[in-house]
Design a protein around this ligand. Structure first.
Ligand code: SF4
Ligand code: SF4
Length: 189
């Protein structure tokens, strides 16, 4: 079945999830180090406030001061972490499938280009995507998503003793007491 966005859907640019667990807070859009400057410049161009936090780090020692950042994340603009700063929810324009348009569509991060793919072999789609909820799977019209996912995986494929994940401190008010902020060593999950 061919992948096609559901008519008028913008869910993946709006809803952010707690990942991998609530204590890590809600995540943002994954940004590779080489994409960070471009995103900052685009934010300047559109006069938008964009918060970019670290996401994944590695270190040779079990010490958070020596972390090398492998990936960042662009946070949502709402207090609860939702809604990408580049999603144009104010204008009357719509994307080809009728959703809110992305202001930087041609320059969007690789992670946005890969979505809703989370694995390419076998092809696995994020079950939170509206299309996937409705049709479960797709095996066609996903070439550019596969290519983007492979590029991200290639960058993340490092052999290092310590992997760290940054807790964003962002989430729903009722979850505040459970959410942490700062680096957490993966082993301590
Ligand atoms: S990728 Fe999925 S969640 Fe995102 S707009 Fe398309 S159908 Fe909706
Ligand atoms: S950069 Fe564009 S495609 Fe990516 S989450 Fe934001 S609005 Fe959506």
């Amino acid at each position: 079945m061919e992948f096609r966005c559901i008519q008028e859907c913008s869910q993946c640019c709006i809803e952010r999830e707690y990942y991998p667990r609530k204590k890590y807070g809600k995540i943002g859009v994954l940004i590779l180090p080489e994409e960070k400057e471009k995103i900052k410049n685009l934010a300047k161009k559109y006069e938008l406030k964009v918060l970019i936090l670290p996401r994944i780090g590695i270190s040779k020692e079990k010490d958070s001061t020596s972390i090398e950042i492998l990936a960042y994340q662009m946070m949502g603009i709402e207090k609860n972490g939702n809604t990408c700063p580049f999603l144009d929810t104010k204008s009357t324009k719509r994307s080809p499938h009728g959703g809110f348009p992305c202001k930087i569509y041609d320059d969007r991060p690789l992670a946005c280009r890969a979505y809703p793919l989370i694995e390419s072999e076998p092809i696995t789609l994020d079950q939170k995507c509206k299309f996937c909820k409705e049709y479960k799977t797709a095996d066609d019209n996903l070439n550019s998503e596969i290519e983007s996912l492979l590029k991200i995986k290639n960058k993340m494929n490092v052999d290092t003793p310590f992997v760290w994940r940054y807790a964003t401190g962002v989430g729903e008010i009722e979850d505040e007491s459970q959410i942490r902020k700062g680096w957490i060593l993966e082993e301590q999950n």
